[in-house]
Design a protein around this ligand. Structure first.
Ligand code: CAA
Length: 403
């Protein structure tokens, strides 16, 4: 089933995260929770917290700007932005990002949604577009801010980040393979009605639904001629919290009657968790922060197959494989990724809570947003029900979007 057509896949991968970070020690102190529950039980040490003037658009533009700077904008004819924390019901966040990055007018720009799965749909659409016309490049961006109610069980799993990928022929990082294993099931495990800021979740149901989807997507993958599990050098699972990736792999090994040896699970999954354990859940970006972590941390993976399990509540899952390209290490952004995580300013609990509780006026007036972020793009104002974005003045060319 693996195709002998042009190889297409991930040519570049860059992620960005927020201005602020809340260490789980601060959350544990507030709740009187043993820190081991966070560090060990869910595998999280810190969560990214957006500044007032950051959102999915500013994060997406920050993630994608280095990709456009390295490869140029000329061949990008499609921008696909996946998110489940959208800022508008009609206008796609991709159009704002297209403007902020100065991409060619002769392009399509669209937003996609299916919870944390959206970016994988975007990636597969992008691969198909490039197969149709290998002269084109597709910019795929996953960008999300995960927000649960204060003091809820989900609170400790919040986070925020964007991952940008350039999809093209003869990719420098990962060749995306056929087939895919697919699974859709109507489950109310996690959702966010349009009138709500924070997601609703049935935690235990969501964990069970995720594990069932892993099993079903894997079964479909194998039935369509996919690789055997022991062929994979590593497995990237969607990481709502990093311990979930370990649980998912253990579940798959159990279902297949393989030995769920903890050391083997740690080898297969551990290198994918470094960024997510300190960023938190970035929803649809999380799988691709997992890939960034793997490529940045692991020993040489040249020519090795990697498995990807994408899960989006509601629910849709996809299992697919990619092969790591020769010379990939020359194209990584390891230093920039580590800097994106290290540069965040720590918040105390009160600072985090104030940001969490902040809401913007909805009266259509002129409301400048106080400058907080030191990132390359910011939400400058809400004016006449429009979101006004700008590149910060340190950027070489100042652009705006939404005016
Ligand atoms: N030391 C070590 N471990 C500890 C501990 C301690 N002191 N105290 C608790 N733990 C362990 C528990 O044993 C448990 O581990 P197991 O699951 O392996 O048994 C783990 O820490 C979590 O403990 P609880 O189940 O008691 O935690 P909780 O009630 O606070 O809820 C949660 C956990 C359901 C994941 C909750 O954080 C939540 O609702 N999160 C949001 C939903 C979510 O992320 N779901 C994942 C699947 S859905 C998805 O993937 C889509 C998406 O992105 C949202």
């Amino acid at each position: 089933m693996r195709s002998s057509r042009t190889t297409v896949g991930i040519h570049d991968l860059s992620f960005a995260t927020t201005e602020f970070v809340l260490p789980h020690t601060a959350l544990a102190g507030h709740h009187g929770t043993e820190i081991a529950k966070y560090h060990v039980g869910i595998g999280q040490r810190a969560m990214s917290v957006p500044a007032l003037d950051e959102d999915i658009v500013t994060l997406a533009a920050a993630a994608a700007a280095p990709v456009v700077a390295r490869h140029g904008a000329e061949r990008i004819r499609t921008v696909l932005l996946a998110t489940e924390s959208s800022v508008d019901q009609a206008k796609s966040a991709a159009v704002y990002v297209h403007a902020l990055l100065g991409l060619p007018a002769a392009a399509r720009a669209v937003e996609l949604k299916q919870a944390c799965y959206g970016a994988t749909a975007a990636l597969q659409l992008a691969v198909a577009l490039v197969h149709r016309d290998p002269a084109q490049r597709v910019l795929v961006i996953a960008s999300d801010v995960s927000k649960y109610e204060l003091d809820s069980p989900g609170e400790a799993t919040q986070g925020a980040a964007a991952a940008a990928m350039l999809i093209g022929p003869d990719p420098a990082l990962v060749r995306v393979e056929e087939p895919s294993g697919l699974h859709t099931a109507d489950v109310m495990d996690f959702w966010r009605p349009n009138y709500r800021d924070a997601a609703l979740v049935d935690g235990p149901t969501s964990v069970t639904a995720y594990l069932r989807a892993v099993e079903a997507a894997w079964t479909d993958y194998r039935e369509h001629g996919g690789r055997k599990l022991d062929e994979f050098a590593a497995l990237c699972y969607h990481q709502p919290f990093t311990r979930m990736a370990f649980k998912a792999h253990r579940h798959l090994l159990n279902v297949l009657g393989h030995d769920p040896d903890p050391d083997g699970i740690a080898r297969a999954v551990g290198p994918t968790t470094a960024y997510n354990s300190v960023v938190g859940n970035s929803y649809t970006a999380s799988l691709y922060l997992g890939l960034a972590s793997l490529l940045d941390q692991a020993d040489d993976l040249t020519g090795r197959p990697v498995g990807f399990l994408s899960y989006g509540s509601g629910s849709v899952a996809e299992f697919f494989a990619g092969t790591v390209a020769p010379g990939y290490r020359d194209h990584l952004r390891t230093a920039a990724h580590r800097e994106a995580v290290a540069r965040r300013q720590p918040l105390d609990y009160a600072g985090y809570r104030a940001l969490h509780e902040q809401t913007f006026p909805v009266d259509g007036g002129d409301h400048p947003v106080p400058p907080q972020t030191t990132g390359p793009f910011r939400l400058a104002a809400l004016r006449g029900h429009k979101r006004i974005y700008e590149a910060r003045s340190e950027q070489r060319s100042v652009r705006t979007a939404g005016q």
